[in-house]
Ligand binder design. Structure first.
Ligand SMILES: [Zn+2]
Length: 119
C-alpha cells in the first residue's frame, strides 16, 4: 500500500493560492513534485456541530496529502460519490487514512471524481 506523507507548511500555503478548487476542480500542479497530479475531495460530515467542510488534497504523483477542516461556505452544493455508501461501509473506509486516500484516487481514475460544485 502507498506510504503517504504530508505536504510541508510552504506547500500547503501554495495550495491555497490560485483559482478556487470549487471553480476549477480538475487536476492541478503539485507544489511538491510539480506534476499535474494534484487532486481533491471534499465532504460535509453530517454529525458536525456547525456547517463544516472536510477537504482531502493529495498528489497521485508523489503521494503527499493534507486534510483540512473549514467552515462550509454558505450555499455551496456539491456531488458526493461516497454519499450512496451505507454508513457502516463508509466508516470502515475512513478508518484507515491510507486506504481512504487510495479509494479516492481510484474513484478519480474511474471518473467518479472530481465532484461538481454549484455555489
Ligand atoms: Zn506531487
Amino acid at each position: 500500500m502507498t506510504a503517504w506523507s504530508t505536504f510541508s507548511g510552504d506547500e500547503v500555503a501554495a495550495l491555497t493560492r490560485g483559482e478556487s478548487f470549487f471553480a476549477a476542480p480538475g487536476e492541478r500542479d503539485c507544489p511538491a513534485c510539480g506534476r499535474r497530479r494534484l487532486r481533491a475531495y471534499v465532504t460535509a460530515p453530517e454529525n458536525a456541530r456547525r456547517p463544516t467542510l472536510v477537504s482531502y488534497v493529495w498528489c497521485s504523483g508523489c503521494d503527499r496529502f493534507v486534510g483540512t477542516r473549514a467552515r462550509h461556505p454558505e450555499g455551496l452544493i456539491f456531488s458526493d460519490p461516497l454519499a450512496a455508501l451505507p454508513t457502516s461501509e463508509r466508516r470502515e473506509l475512513e478508518r484507515s487514512l491510507s486506504g481512504f486516500l487510495a479509494h479516492l484516487d481510484a474513484l478519480w481514475d474511474a471518473g467518479a471524481l472530481p465532484q461538481t460544485f454549484t455555489a
